[in-house]
Design a protein around this ligand. Structure first.
Ligand SMILES: Cc1cc2nc3c(=O)[nH]c(=O)nc-3n(C[C@H](O)[C@H](O)[C@H](O)COP(=O)(O)OP(=O)(O)OC[C@H]3O[C@@H](n4cnc5c(N)ncnc54)[C@H](O)[C@@H]3O)c2cc1C
Length: 452
C-alpha cells in the first residue's frame, strides 16, 4: 500500500495496484485471498470491519454447518476449510466435526441435516484467520469499505475501486477483483445484472441477530430430549404459553440453542422480517430490534425453560445476520433441481451436501439433503466484466440453492476456487470466463478439494 498524503478537498488518492483485490473478509474472502496469494499473486484483502470471519465472527453465527456427505461418513468440504478447522482445533478453538453427530447439544438436537457440525470459538477464528492471511502473504486493510467502481473505457473490465477509509476516500487499481462482500457490492457497483431475494417478488429471507449465552444446565436439557424427543427442543409449547401471557414478542416461535466448543451457547432465535440488508437503515433496524428481542428471550428462558433459570448474556452480535440480498445473475444460474438430482457438473469446483434451509416468512422450511451435489465454476463468473469473480453468498444461483450453499463451509470452498481461478486468469492473461477449468480443478484437487 502506498503511503500517500490525503489532501482534501482534492483528487481521490491512488493507494495501491494489487494484482488481486478481494473485497470482504468473511469465509469466502479469507479463502480467496489466501489461495490467490499462495499462487504467488500480490493480494489486497479489504474489510470494512476490524476482524476477519464476517458473519462467523462479527455476526457471532456458528457452528460451521455440516461439511460431510448426507450419511455423515465422509468429509466432502475439505481443502482450505479442513486446514482452517485443523488449525482451530490445534489452537483449542474448535471441535472435530467428524466426531459429532445429529441430535446432541452441539446440533441443537436436530435429527436431520445437522451432523458433523464444527463448533468453534469466534475469537480464536479471528486470530487464526489473520495468521493464515499473513503467512500466505496477503496484505490486509481493515476499516476499508468498497463504495464505488470505475470500469474501463470500453466497459469490459473493472479499472478502479473506490474505498471509504478512516482518512477519507481512496482508490485502488486492481488487475482482478473477487467480490466476497456477501451482498455482491462490487458486482452491483460495476453494473452487473443482479438478482435480489425472490426473483419475482424481491422478498428476502428474514434476518436475525445472534447472541451467545452461558448458564444452561445441559444435563436437564438432555434429559428432556430423552423423555420428549428432539422436536421438543424447539420449546414451542413454552413459547406458546409465554406468548399467551404477552411475554414473547418475537415473531419466530421456536428456539435454536447450539452448544459451542466450551460451556457457552449460540442462540439462533431472533427474527427480523421485511428487511433489505443492502440498506443502512434496515441494518440498523436489525441491530436495534434484534437486541430488544434478545432481552425478551433471556427473560423468557429464565422464567419458562427448565434448565435455563440461570442464563446470562455473554454478547450480542456486532454485525447484523443477513441471510440473503443480491446475487450475480451469471450466464448460468444454479437451480434447485440440480441439488435434488445430485448433479455432477463437468466444471465442478466443490462437492457438498448442505440442506436447504429456507427462512421465508416467519418459520421457513428445512429440506434435508439426501444426495451430495456439486457447484460449477460458472456460478462464480460475473457477467460482462472479464476481471471479476464472486464467491460466497452472492454467487449465481436461485434462492432455494442459496438457502443451502450460503452456510460457511461451502463459502470457504467457493472462496478457495475463486482465489485459484483469479491466479490462473492472471497467469494466463485470460478473462475469468475463459480460464482452463480442467487446470483449475487439477489445482483444487492438489489442495485437498474433493471433486467428482
Ligand atoms: C441468522 C443467520 C444464521 C446462520 N447460521 C449459520 C450456521 O449456523 N452455520 C453456518 O455455517 N452458517 C450460518 N449462516 C450463514 C453464514 O454465516 C453466511 O452466509 C456466510 O458467513 C457467508 O459468507 P460470505 O463470506 O459470503 O459473507 P460474510 O460472512 O457476510 O462476509 C462478508 C464480509 O464482507 C464485508 N463487507 C461487506 N461489504 C463490504 C464492502 N462493500 N467493502 C468491504 N467489506 C465489505 C463484511 O463486513 C463481511 O466481513 C447463518 C447466517 C445468518 C444470517
Amino acid at each position: 500500500m502506498k503511503n500517500v498524503k490525503f489532501d482534501f478537498p482534492g483528487e481521490i488518492p491512488l493507494i495501491g495496484d494489487p494484482e488481486v483485490l478481494v473485497a470482504g473478509g468473511g469465509p469466502a474472502g479469507i479463502a480467496a485471498a489466501c489461495c490467490a496469494a499462495r499462487r504467488g499473486r500480490r493480494v489486497l484483502l479489504i474489510e470494512r470491519e476490524f476482524c476477519l470471519g464476517g458473519t462467523g465472527t462479527g455476526g457471532l453465527v456458528g457452528p460451521f454447518m455440516t461439511s460431510s456427505d448426507p450419511e455423515g461418513k465422509t468429509q466432502l468440504i475439505r481443502g482450505f476449510f479442513r486446514e482452517l478447522v485443523d488449525r482451530l482445533i490445534a489452537a483449542d478453538g474448535a471441535l472435530e466435526p467428524m466426531s459429532l453427530e445429529n441430535c446432541d447439544a452441539h446440533s441443537s438436537w436436530h435429527e436431520f441435516g445437522h451432523h458433523n457440525l464444527t463448533p468453534f470459538n469466534p475469537e480464536v477464528f479471528k486470530r487464526v484467520a489473520e495468521e493464515m492471511c499473513q503467512e500466505s502473504g496477503v496484505e490486509l486493510l481493515y476499516g476499508a469499505q468498497a463504495v464505488a467502481v470505475i470500469r474501463s473505457p470500453g466497459g469490459e473490465r473493472i479499472r478502479r475501486v473506490i474505498l471509504a477509509l478512516k482518512e477519507g476516500l481512496a482508490a485502488v487499481d486492481p488487475r482482478l477483483v473477487v467480490d466476497c462482500t456477501g451482498d455482491g457490492d462490487i458486482a452491483a457497483f460495476a453494473g452487473c445484472p443482479m438478482m435480489k431475494g425472490d426473483e419475482t417478488t424481491g422478498e428476502m429471507q428474514a434476518a436475525g441477530l445472534f447472541f451467545s449465552l452461558t448458564g444452561i444446565d445441559e444435563s436437564r436439557l438432555q434429559a428432556r430430549k430423552e423423555a420428549l424427543g428432539w422436536e421438543s427442543m424447539r420449546f414451542e409449547k413454552e413459547i406458546a404459553e409465554a406468548a399467551a401471557n404477552g411475554e414473547y414478542p418475537i415473531p419466530r416461535r421456536r428456539l435454536g440453542l447450539y452448544k459451542a466448543d466450551d460451556d457457552s451457547w449460540r442462540a439462533n432465535v431472533t427474527r427480523i422480517p421485511d428487511v433489505d440488508g443492502t440498506r443502512s437503515a434496515d441494518l440498523t433496524r436489525i441491530a436495534v430490534e434484534g437486541r430488544k428481542q434478545i432481552g425478551a428471550i433471556l427473560k423468557f428462558l429464565r422464567k419458562y425453560v427448565k434448565g435455563c433459570e440461570q442464563v446470562r448474556l455473554l454478547a450480542s452480535a456486532a454485525v447484523p445476520g443477513v441471510r440473503e440480498t443480491r446475487r450475480i445473475k451469471g450466464e448460468f444460474i444454479l437451480r434447485e433441481q440440480s441439488l435434488i438430482d445430485g448433479e455432477r457438473f463437468p466444471d465442478a469446483i466443490l462437492m457438498l451436501s448442505n440442506s436447504r434451509d429456507n427462512h421465508f416468512g416467519l418459520i421457513g422450511k428445512y429440506i434435508p439433503s439426501t444426495k451430495s451435489y456439486t457447484i460449477p465454476y460458472r456460478v462464480l463468473v460475473a457477467p460482462g466484466v472479464e476481471n471479476l469473480l464472486a464467491a460466497g453468498r452472492c454467487v449465481s444461483c436461485d434462492r432455494a440453492v442459496l438457502s443451502a450453499i450460503r452456510v460457511m463451509p461451502p463459502c470457504f470452498g467457493m472462496g478457495q476456487a475463486a482465489g485459484n481461478a483469479a491466479a490462473l486468469a492472471l497467469e494466463t492473461a485470460t478473462p475469468c470466463a475463459r480460464i482452463d477449468v480442467e487446470e483449475l480443478r487439477r489445482r483444487l484437487r492438489a489442495e485437498n478439494v474433493v471433486l467428482p
